[in-house]
Write a protein that binds this ligand. Structure first.
Ligand code: SF4
Length: 387
């Protein structure tokens, strides 16, 4: 249960996850039950939750535990991460500490924010040096007797008190230890100490280790904006007093998502009782939205004119169905925009009424006709539901 919830909660809010989690645990209450499920069933239940490889890997991992590990879950963070597909360092730490009581820390987005503020860590919080330091801190800080509770409390502190925009510092249970708060209370910056005094010639690792445990050294580093220190704010981005504790953490600018265009065709026929049915095809078993179903689609070159889009889509459908498809017969319906984590995707939607006997070459892709109700119960992405 902890494992399933941790995987579902990656990149997804609790409110969204609850319903999926309850249905999942009801359907597959044990590892054995999950291992016996088909990928199609997993994708159907996961439909709409996003980041579909998570469900797939959860099921692969369950199969591995049942078939290769004699049904016994690995019980340490190191083994969990090493042996189970889809289990990264955070998830491994969470399962090991919450389920098995291992005294091991966790670092997620909330923990990053809390620890960076506690110790005025102002370098890019996604950089390897900062992350390594945060993991070390989390492993040192974790309560030996109640590691699961401690880790959950630390994450909850970040989620409810040390929040991104307006943290509730005066209500914070660790405010006495917080260097960012102390820095805010001190107000303007005192005389900047010479970086040489901070021990530039010491190994950075030793300096940074000191910054975790020694307030004097931390302040020397923070005020100096020490060039080259992998934990300090860059000298070009000094403390901004209007931001207070939210000077920390700092992140490198996000990469702009890639822009992509796809032509999608809703092929529709009306059966003998008039209820419309739609043709859906299955995506490849790897890559984006692996194994999910969609309306026949074709990636488009950026900036392609509408006329050319129609021709390309008609060619594509012709190859698939083995029968003539006139570009002029495709009716433009509209555009649907969907933001994946790294892709700004626009679907240009066309529709085409067809006869019932249209078939596709199964060698190209599995396909089937579905009613609207069946479509919504199928393993289809949120983007396709918008289409
Ligand atoms: Fe976060 Fe403020 Fe608490 Fe520091 S005192 S940990 S900045 S809420």
């Amino acid at each position: 249960a902890v494992w399933v919830s941790e995987i579902m909660l990656q990149q997804t809010q609790v409110a969204t996850v609850i319903d999926y989690y309850n249905r999942w645990m009801q359907k597959w209450p044990t590892l054995q039950a999950l291992a016996a499920a088909s990928l199609e069933e997993v994708n159907e239940l996961w439909a709409g939750l996003g980041y579909y490889s998570r469900g797939k890997r959860l099921q692969e991992a369950a199969r591995k535990v049942v078939s290769e590990l004699a049904g016994r879950m690995p019980r340490t963070a190191e083994e969990l991460q090493k042996l189970l597909p889809g289990v990264g360092r955070y998830t491994a730490g969470a399962i090991a500490s919450i389920s098995y009581g291992q005294a091991t820390g966790v670092v997620d987005g909330n923990v990053i924010r809390v620890l960076c503020r506690l110790r005025c860590i102002g370098a890019d919080s996604g950089s390897p040096a900062v992350l390594a330091q945060l993991w070390d801190m989390a492993n040192v800080l974790v309560d030996r007797s109640r590691p699961g509770d401690f880790n959950q409390a630390l994450m909850e502190l970040g989620a409810t008190v040390c929040v991104p925009k307006a943290p509730l510092c005066e209500e914070c249970p660790v405010k006495q230890h917080c260097h960012a708060r102390r820095r805010r209370l001190l107000g303007s910056c005192p005389t900047v100490p010479d970086v040489e005094d901070c021990g530039k010639h010491l190994a950075w690792g030793r300096l940074c280790y000191s910054s975790v445990y020694g307030p004097t050294v931390t302040f020397a580093l923070v005020f100096a904006g020490v060039g080259g220190c992998p934990l300090c704010p860059p000298a070009t981005e000094p403390w901004d007093s209007s931001l207070g504790v939210t000077n920390f953490p700092r992140k490198a600018a996000k990469k702009q998502p890639r822009v992509a265009w796809t032509a999608t065709c809703v092929l529709e026929h009306r059966g003998c009782r008039g209820a419309p049915r739609f043709l859906i095809v299955q995506r490849p078993s790897s890559g984006l939205l692996a194994g999910l179903w969609e309306f026949p689609s074709l990636p488009l070159a950026l900036g392609l004119q509408e006329e050319k889009q129609r021709e390309a889509l008609a060619d594509h459908l012709r190859a698939w169905t083995g029968r003539p498809v006139a570009a002029g017969g495709l009716r433009y319906v509209g555009e649907v925009i969907h933001i994946f984590s790294h892709i700004h995707q626009t679907y240009v939607v066309y529709s085409l009424p067809v006869d019932e006997d249209v078939t596709l070459d199964p060698a190209l892709s599995p396909w089937r006709w579905v009613t609207e109700e069946e479509f919504h119960a199928s393993a289809v992405s949120t983007a396709m539901k918008k289409v």
